[in-house]
Design a protein around this ligand. Structure first.
Ligand SMILES: Nc1ncnc2c1ncn2[C@@H]1O[C@H](COP(=O)(O)OP(=O)(O)OP(=O)(O)O)[C@@H](O)[C@H]1O
Length: 487
């Protein structure tokens, strides 16, 4: 029998009329078929395609839920595929580690690769979806794309793949992550309700911190003991967390010490901007998203929010009601402007209760320039376990800074610095500023002379201030009987 051979235009004509017929019947079906029957038929079709399609697909998304909560599994798979996507043709590269000349390669979006496990082949596919457009609110910070990986394999190997293979992926992925681990600095600034991060590479170390050696030693001991105390915390039934309160005048090294802590322990840092947090619910969400081995920092807690308000009102009558009112009004105004409704009790609840819900060790660090302004409920031991005062620079601190900045361990001018530094209040930040050469010509000796000059100026200013204060006192005393007389 001869099969008639169709010309090209005839073939396309036939395909076109078949498509039109299909669309016509599909439209009729959608319009006139009763919904129950339609649903039943759709169910049957899905089952039939499932029966005919021998492959199973597992999706691993970068974020979970509508709150963009990062999914740990995604990062693990990404790490695993960075060394196991040999046949992928489009790869993206990132620095594996700072100060390391290696690039970490991973599959680019919409790419495929095959992997083999116990003789079974599986396929990994990468992709992304754009977030749905926001309705109602406008944001300068659009939500990021949501990336995902899909694992596809034959249903005959379901048990092996979902158990042994996925366990293998997680173990290997975690090992690779540990090798390539870069510490991160997370922030929630600019009214973002999620964390965004950059690589954390602050050079501060305890050795370069200007502070009395014994105090430094004590803090380092405390931190290292904490990291090794998992069993101890479990035994006493306490969450494996520790709170630090760093207080002292501006420029005494509070932020520098946090960086030194993170470097000592190899922890990530979460810099929590409380004024960007909408309410207690958002605070809870952000805090529960933090990972183990991290330091959660709330800087300048006294200015972040009106955390002291209500309790202070109950406990004490303001010494100067007028000032108190002005302060409260401006603090409330700031709070309204920032749009934040985080309360002291919200913060305390988290530190006490929810804290225990997060597995793994975490440090929480508050900093303040005015420790007396804080509500005692916030700073009591148990919440803030260790209070550390960072104060003005003394001779021991100066020696550390001279070593950091000038590479000097001794110099004839050190004696003058020692004498002067005992008599004035100068912050390590100011000492550091003076020790920095201002031009290529300035050597260590000139820098030391600059510092001595500043110390002398500060001393003279302090003396003048002191005598001015004394004069005002004397004038007041002299004026007092006269006032009485005129009354
Ligand atoms: N104790 C210190 N040891 C070494 N360097 C210091 C110390 N204190 C301050 N510095 C230097 O001064 C700069 C400012 O210090 P830092 O930001 O840590 O102070 P701070 O107490 O956090 O100030 P603020 O209260 O204004 O945030 C740092 O970059 C650092 O170089």
């Amino acid at each position: 029998m001869m099969i008639p051979v169709r010309s090209m235009p005839e073939t396309w004509g036939a395909v076109g009329s078949a498509v039109v017929t299909f669309i016509f019947f599909w439209d009729m079906f959608r319009r006139y078929c009763p919904p129950e029957l339609r649903r039943y038929l759709e169910k049957c079709t899905t089952r039939l395609s499932g029966f005919l399609n021998p492959y199973i697909q597992i999706s691993i998304h970068e974020y979970t839920g509508s709150h963009l909560r990062p999914h740990e599994a995604y990062n693990i798979v990404e790490a695993y595929l960075s060394v196991n996507s040999t046949d992928a043709k489009r790869l993206k590269a990132e620095m594996a580690k700072e100060n390391d000349n290696k690039l970490m390669l991973s599959m680019d979006e919409y790419e495929k690769t095959t992997d083999e496990f116990n003789g079974v082949q599986v396929k990994w596919i990468s992709g992304k979806v754009s977030p749905p457009p926001r309705t109602g609110s406008f944001s300068y910070y659009p939500e990021p794309d949501r990336r995902y990986y899909k694992l596809k394999f034959h249903k005959g190997y379901k048990k092996m793949i979902t158990e042994a293979y996925l366990e293998h992926v997680i173990t290997r992925g975690r090992e690779i992550q540990a090798r390539n681990r870069q510490r991160k600095l997370y922030t929630n600034g600019h009214s973002k309700s999620y964390w965004s991060h950059i690589v954390f590479e602050h050079p501060a170390r305890f050795e370069t911190l200007a502070m009395e050696p014994e105090k430094k030693e004590e803090i380092m001991d405390d931190l290292l003991t904490f990291t090794k105390s998992k069993d101890y915390y479990a035994r006493i039934g306490k969450a494996w967390k520790r709170g630090y309160l760093l207080y002292g005048p501006p420029g005494t090294g509070k932020s520098t010490m946090i960086a030194a802590m993170a470097n000592l322990l190899d922890y990530d840092v979460y810099d929590l901007e409380l004024t960007s947090v909408k309410d207690n619910t958002e605070l809870r969400k952000l805090l529960t998203e933090t990972t183990a081995k991290s330091i959660i920092v709330i800087e300048d807690i006294d200015c972040s929010l009106d955390l002291t308000g209500q309790r202070k009102k109950k406990e004490e009558k303001p010494a100067d009601e007028k000032t108190e009112k002005v302060e409260k009004r401006s603090s409330r105004k700031e709070k309204e402007e920032s749009g934040s409704k985080v309360t002291l009790s919200g913060l305390l609840n988290f530190i006490d209760g929810l804290w225990s819900a997060c597995a793994g060790e975490r440090l929480i660090v508050f900093t303040t320039n005015y420790v007396d302004k804080l509500d005692p409920a916030l700073t009591r031991r148990g919440r803030m376990d260790k209070h550390i005062e960072l104060s003005y620079c003394k001779y021991e601190g100066f020696k550390v800074l001279a070593k950091n900045y000038l590479e000097l361990e001794a110099h004839p001018l050190f004696q003058s610095v020692e004498e002067l530094i005992q008599q004035v209040q100068i912050t390590p930040a100011d000492v550091a500023e003076n020790l920095m050469p201002k031009s290529a010509k300035e050597g260590p000796e000139q820098c030391l002379r600059n510092l001595i000059c500043t110390l002398e100026e500060t001393k003279n200013k302090e003396i003048t201030k002191c005598s001015e204060a004394k004069d005002t006192e004397t004038n007041k005393d002299a004026a007092a009987p006269q006032e009485m007389h005129t009354m």
